[in-house]
Design a protein around this ligand. Structure first.
Ligand code: 5AD
Ligand code: SF4
Length: 514
């Protein structure tokens, strides 16, 4: 199918469904089954058109679909980043409005959706393992609907592999058509064919989807979607579309709504939040302005992720430096400490520029923690280039770092490069890097011994239900003994013990929230 045919098909499906939505009679959906084969195309996904992004405020679940989940249960398994976690909250919201109930036991589920991550090969392998496991379940329960969505669905190779090897999958849809879930689920429940509907487009913004938030006092708020940076190793600009910002008034209204409903902490989300506003043609409004507006809303804590050093403007540092509900934690992925590698990664900054930016942040926000992401074993990375990463990590003394071995992603420029670095060398570099990173995190945590810090209590510790866990303003994990009534509250904790990845403490007092 060529691109024009694909677009025509997309239009036909949209038109048919919207005409259908207008009619109030019961539907015969069999007419759609033949048309719901829209596989992804990475080359189409790569295009960045100049057309406006459409913001849709008219999302509606057709009445006829509201009851179809009655008596049925769903389970969504989420892989990958916070963006996926948040997308799963939207899907859950839609399914609940369709009458489904949520379950955490897969044996009870009538619909299982795997919301997938494509960032590295091991993330994909996990999902394929899970798809394989579900085959047995599907054999015992043929009525079960198995769906695959999220970033992996946007890849041709993944869809082809599922089509060829995993015919027990009933439904594949992508990151751009979550709002089509009612129709897609309806089709999947009644069709014998595998439904594939993946849009390889730049993306619109769908504003008013229902949402079942997992947290009662911590919430995600999308501020923008997509990424235009095209780092040469990264699949995200292909799977998530072009950079598109939500209207400031829509973001602010959502934050106000969360504040009214007792939320203590919000995290503003985007693949590249520093570019917020740059695509809004009618305004100069940027992330710093948005944060400045959110500062005045009665919500205790505001975080944002993820930042790109390229778009990190002075105004942004200044607004975070004002304190209040702006948390002193900046996650600033550096990826490599070597300028040649940064260049072929298309990161668009040098080591020196990164160091300068980090210095500015630490100067203006002295208590801020600085965390980062690093990739080792980029194609043809030399030992000397890797050493530059080690020295940068020492120089920056990061409070924590997420470290990864480079993973080739089909369709990205890096995947087409010859690579002379053996896997064993890459793994060994990761280990050496982790030793430095762990030592520095430990040192950063040791400096907190004896300090009394504000902690938002998140819940029971995973390892020991008698122990509570929470996070400091700087996003450090603290464990302490306390009562369940503290969950969701801000308390003061004195730090008594420090390890590389967490702190232990003793409760001093609860913080009065005004
Ligand atoms: N291989 C390894 N790590 C990657 N990341 C993104 N793409 C890849 C890849 N192909 C890492 C980057 C990014 C983080 C979310 O994942 O460090 O910041
Ligand atoms: Fe991927 Fe780079 Fe965009 Fe981050 S900024 S999502 S690493 S392309």
């Amino acid at each position: 199918m060529n691109e024009e045919q694909r677009k025509q098909q997309e239009r036909t499906v949209e038109e048919t469904l919207s005409a259908d939505k207008k009619s109030s009679q019961a539907k015969d959906y069999s007419q759609y089954f033949q048309m719901t084969y829209q596989p992804p195309s990475l080359s189409t996904a790569k295009k960045r058109g100049k057309e406006d992004v459409f913001v849709h405020y008219d999302f509606e679940i057709p009445d006829a679909m509201k009851g179809i989940g009655k008596g049925k249960k769903f389970l969504i398994r989420t892989y990958g980043c916070q963006m996926n976690e948040h997308d799963s909250e939207n899907m859950a919201g839609i399914l609940l409005e369709m009458g489904f109930e949520s379950t955490s036991h897969q044996d009870d589920a009538d619909v299982i959706l795997l919301n997938t991550c494509a960032i590295r090969e091991n993330a994909e392998n996990k999902v394929f393992g899970e798809i394989g496991n579900l085959k047995v379940m599907k054999r015992d329960n043929p009525g079960l609907v198995v769906g695959v969505c999220g970033c992996m669905s946007q890849e041709e190779s993944v869809v082809n592999r599922i089509l060829q090897k995993h015919p027990h999958v009933d439904l594949i849809f992508g990151t751009h058509n979550i709002h089509r879930l009612p129709e897609l689920i309806q089709n999947a429940l009644f069709s014998k064919e595998m439904i594939v509907e993946v849009w390889s487009k730049e993306g619109d913004i769908i504003e008013n989807m229902p949402r079942a938030r997992k947290g009662q006092f911590q919430g995600w708020v999308n501020i923008m979607y997509g990424c235009d940076k095209f780092c040469t190793y990264c699949i995200v600009p292909f799977t998530r579309g072009k950079e598109r910002s939500r209207r400031p008034e829509d973001v602010i209204e959502e934050v106000r709504h969360l504040a009214r409903n007792g939320y203590q902490e919000i995290t503003l989300l985007g693949q590249n939040v520093n570019a917020y506003g740059k695509d809004l043609v009618d305004t100069e409004y940027r992330l710093a302005d948005l944060l400045d507006a959110i500062r005045t809303i009665g919500i205790s804590r505001v975080r944002f992720t993820t930042s790109h050093p390229w778009d990190f403007e002075d105004e942004l540092i200044d607004v975070i430096a004002k304190g209040g509900n702006m948390m002193e934690h900046i996650h600033l992925p550096v990826q490599s400490g070597n300028n040649e590698v940064l260049k072929i990664m298309n990161r668009k900054y040098t080591r020196e520029e990164y160091v300068e930016l980090a210095k500015q942040i630490r100067y203006k926000i002295p208590h801020a923690t600085l965390t980062t992401d690093i990739i080792v074993g980029y194609p043809n990375e030399t030992e000397e280039q890797f050493q530059d990463t080690l020295t940068l990590v020492e120089e920056m003394a990061f409070d924590a770092a997420y470290t990864y071995v480079y993973s080739a992603r089909e369709g990205t420029p890096a995947a087409a490069m010859e690579d002379n670095v053996p896997q064993t060398v890459k793994k060994e570099r990761l280990q050496r890097l982790n030793e430095v990173v762990n030592r520095l995190s430990n040192e950063s945590n040791q400096r907190m011994l004896g300090q009394v810090v504000e902690v938002l209590v998140e819940g029971e510790s995973k390892k020991n239900p008698d122990v509570l866990m929470g996070r400091t303003r700087t996003n450090k994990l603290v464990n302490f003994t306390g009562s369940a009534s503290m969950i969701g509250k801000l308390i003061h904790v004195e730090i008594t013990d420090a390890k590389s990845w967490s702190l232990n403490g003793t409760v001093v007092q609860q913080v009065e929230v005004t």
